[in-house]
Design a protein around this ligand. Structure first.
Ligand code: SF4
Length: 363
C-alpha cells in the first residue's frame, strides 16, 4: 500500500515544534488518531546480547571501552540465553525483541553467524526481531533479512551538524550508509535520537529533518532522553524536562505520522502523568523490562499498571508488516571485500578528558 508522504522544510518543522505546548499536543493527538489506533502501544523488549568494550567514543554511552563506567564487558550471549529472554518477553506481552550488541561494526565470523541463528530463532517464535549491531554492510543486511530480521535499529542520534560534537570515531555518513543497506533489503528501519546531549533546538529539528527525508521513512522513531552515566563525558548534563520530551514526541508524531514513535530511554525518571502526556502526544511504542541495555527502565509490572490506568493495550506482532520468511541463504556470505567505514580526524575534548580521568582513577 503506498502512503502519502508530505515533505517538510526545516522551517516548517521548527514552526511545529514552537507551537504552544498544549496546542502542539492537541494537534499531534489529532494526527495520531488519523493514522493510528491511539490505544495501541507497541511493546518491545531490548536485551544486550554483547555488552561493553566498544571501541567507539559516543559521548553518552557507558559501553564505550574508553570511559570507566563500571560496565563490565560481556561476550556474546548463547542462543539458549536468547531463547529464554525471548520466551519471558513474549509471556510478558512484548511483541518485539530487540537485540543490541556493543560493536562498532559487524565482523564476519562465528559471532555474526550466531546472531543470524538468534534472528532465525526469535522470528520462529512469532515475535518481531530487531537488531542493533553497529554498522553493517550490504551483504550483512541481506543475510539478516534472509534470517528473518524485521527491523534494524541505527539511530542518527542528533543533527548532522552536532554529530561531530558527540562522536569522533565515525561520521554521520556512515550512519546513513548502514540505513541505506537496511532499506535495500526491505528491513524496517528504526532510527531516532537522544535529547539532552547539549544540542540546540535547531539540532533537534535537524535530526527530525534527516529522519523525514529518509526514503522510505523509518518505521520506528525512538526518542530518548539522555540518562547521564558517571564516567561518560555527559555525566554532568542537565536532566531533560518532561516538557521537552513531550514536545519532541508531538513534533515527531506530526512530521512522521506513520511511524511508531517510541518513548525510550529516560522513562524511569518520568512520572506516570508525564508518560500519559507523551502517549497523548502520539507516542505509541515503549521498551519494556527493567533494563535498557545497561541503564535502568521501568519493570514490566509498572507498565502493566500504567496501561490499565490509561486504557492502553499492547499491539500484536506483525500488524504493520508481514512476518519475514527465513531463507536458508542467510548462511551464505557473498562478501567479497572488507567494508570501509570512516574514522574522522577530529577529536572531542570532553571525550578525551573522560577517558583520561577514568585511567587516572584506575591507577
Ligand atoms: S553507542 Fe553503540 S557504538 Fe557507541 S559506544 Fe555505545 S555501544 Fe559503541
Amino acid at each position: 500500500m503506498s502512503v502519502d508522504i508530505k515533505s517538510w522544510s526545516r522551517e516548517e518543522i521548527r514552526a511545529v515544534y514552537d507551537r504552544p505546548l498544549l496546542q502542539l499536543i492537541y494537534d499531534a493527538a489529532e494526527v495520531h488518531r488519523e493514522h493510528n489506533d491511539p490505544l495501541e502501544v507497541q511493546v518491545s523488549k531490548l536485551i544486550s546480547i554483547k555488552t561493553g568494550g566498544c571501541s567507539e567514543d559516543c559521548g553518552y554511552c557507558p559501553q564505550a571501552a574508553r570511559y570507566h563506567t563500571g560496565v563490565e564487558a560481556v561476550p556474546l550471549m548463547s542462543i539458549d540465553e536468547v531463547r529464554k529472554d525471548a520466551e519471558e518477553a513474549k509471556a510478558s506481552g512484548a511483541s518485539r525483541l530487540c537485540m543490541g550488541a556493543a560493536w562498532r561494526n559487524v565482523q564476519e565470523g562465528k559471532d555474526f553467524d550466531n546472531v543470524l541463528e538468534m534472528v532465525k530463532l526469535v522470528n520462529g517464535m512469532d515475535m518481531e526481531v530487531c537488531c542493533t549491531l553497529g554498522m553493517i554492510t550490504d551483504d550483512q543486511a541481506r543475510r539478516l533479512a534472509d534470517a528473518g530480521l524485521y527491523a534494524y535499529n541505527h539511530n542518527v542520534d542528533t543533527s548532522e551538524e552536532y554529530y561531530k560534537e558527540i562522536i569522533s570515531t565515525r561520521g554521520y555518513d556512515d550512519r546513513l550508509k548502514t540505513i541505506k543497506h537496511v532499506q535495500k533489503w526491505n528491513i524496517g528501519v528504526c532510527s531516532g535520537g537522544i535529547i539532552g546531549m547539549g544540542e540546540t533546538v535547531d539540532d533537534r529539528i535537524g535530526m527530525l529533518l534527516t529522519l523525514v527525508n529518509l526514503s522510505p521513512q523509518p518505521d520506528s522513531v525512538p526518542i530518548n532522553a539522555l540518562v547521564p552515566v558517571e564516567g561518560t563525558p555527559m555525566a554532568e548534563n542537565y536532566k531533560v524536562p518532561i516538557w521537552d520530551v513531550v514536545r519532541m514526541i508531538a513534533t515527531a508524531r506530526i512530521v512522521l505520522p506513520h511511524a511508531s514513535v517510541r518513548l525510550s530511554a529516560g522513562r524511569l525518571e518520568m512520572s506516570q502523568e508525564g508518560q500519559a502526556l507523551a502517549f497523548m502526544a502520539g507516542a505509541n511504542s515503549i521498551f519494556a523490562g527493567d533494563k535498557l541495555l545497561t541503564t535502568p527502565n521501568p519493570e514490566f509490572n509498572q507498565d502493566k499498571e500504567l496501561f490499565e490506568i490509561l486504557g492502553l493495550k499492547p499491539k500484536a506482532a506483525f500488524k504493520d508488516g508481514d512476518q519475514p520468511e527465513t531463507k536458508e541463504s542467510y548462511k551464505e556470505s557473498g562478501a567479497t571485500e572488507k567494508p570501509k567505514w570512516s574514522r574522522p580526524a577530529h577529536t572531542i575534548d570532553a571525550n578525551i578528558e573522560a577517558s583520561k580521568k577514568g585511567k587516572e582513577e584506575a591507577v
